[in-house]
Design a protein around this ligand. Structure first.
Ligand code: IPE
Ligand code: IPE
Ligand code: MG
Length: 246
């Protein structure tokens, strides 16, 4: 039931509670491939294809800010062959930002880019620079991202500012911490979606999810369809968010 789908000749029925920021943990690629007797890299390729399809749907229904967990600080412990396949897919994706430019979509990368080879880091910076003027939609891609790493980094940056006399320790509050995160300026996560059946965050946006609603499904990421996203959004619209109130 795609009640959010927007067709030109059809009136769009948006629920009141359409989330401002939806985050996706793109999990289950390996199991998708295994089920078919294929190497894990095939699952990642299918997952990357699905990423494009879901981004398109998000754009069609008017979601403003979406973020995707593509590679965690922990994922480096996978076999080299798998890490290489993921980096190749990522690099290929970065070569084709044409679509983002025509659609006025801004893309930024969350995570520590310093560990990537120069050619890959340069591609990321180019995409960030070229899409920086756009504000119709925001796509945040987490690569070499870890929530704890992000918080430790924020603490370091604040300590450096304090030592330099730019701020006083007593000025450090929640706003100051949020201002040093990779997601600076972007809204907190309203809806966190994790396919694949795992019921955990795996170190994704731990600060930003303080009051997020969670949606879990057993469907593997390559099979996660736009209709599934609609279901999650319908579910979200029915939630009562209290933020500690009554
Ligand atoms: C998610 O799929 C992709 C990355 C972590 C890069 P997985 O590769 O974790 O797939 P499963 O969980 O093994 O099925
Ligand atoms: C989380 O998935 C990371 C990404 C989807 C990029 P993992 O497959 O790495 O998570 P765990 O190991 O099952 O917690
Ligand atoms: Mg996994």
């Amino acid at each position: 039931m795609a009640i959010f789908s927007k067709k030109k000749d059809e009136e769009l029925t948006l629920p009141e509670k359409l989330p401002e920021h939806v985050a996706f943990i793109m999990d289950g690629n390996g199991r998708w491939a295994k089920k078919r007797g294929l190497p894990r890299a095939f699952g990642h390729r299918e997952g990357a294809k699905n990423f494009r399809k879901i981004v398109r749907h998000c754009k069609d229904i008017g979601l403003k800010c979406i973020s995707f967990y593509a590679f965690s600080t922990e994922n480096w412990c996978r076999p080299k062959e798998e890490v290489d396949a993921l980096m190749k897919l990522f690099s290929d994706y970065l070569d084709d930002i044409h679509e983002l430019l025509t659609e006025k979509t801004r893309m930024i990368f969350l995570g520590d880019k310093s560990v990537f080879p120069d050619y890959l880091r340069e591609k990321m910076l180019k995409v960030e620079e070229e899409t920086a003027p756009y504000d119709e939609m925001f796509i945040l891609i987490a690569v070499n991202y870890g929530g704890r790493d992000e918080l430790a980094r924020a603490a370091k940056l604040l300590a450096q500012k304090a030592v330099a006399g730019e701020i006083r320790p007593e000025d450090i509050d929640e706003k100051a911490v949020a201002g040093e995160l990779y997601t600076k300026g972007y809204p907190d996560v309203d809806l966190m979606i994790r396919p694949s059946g795992e019921l955990r965050l795996s170190n994704f946006l731990i600060w930003q999810c303080a009051y997020a609603e969670f949606y879990f499904t057993n469907i593997l990421w390559p099979d996660f369809t736009p209709d599934e996203l609609d279901k999650a959004l319908i579910d979200f619209a029915a939630r009562q968010r209290r933020f500690g109130g009554v």
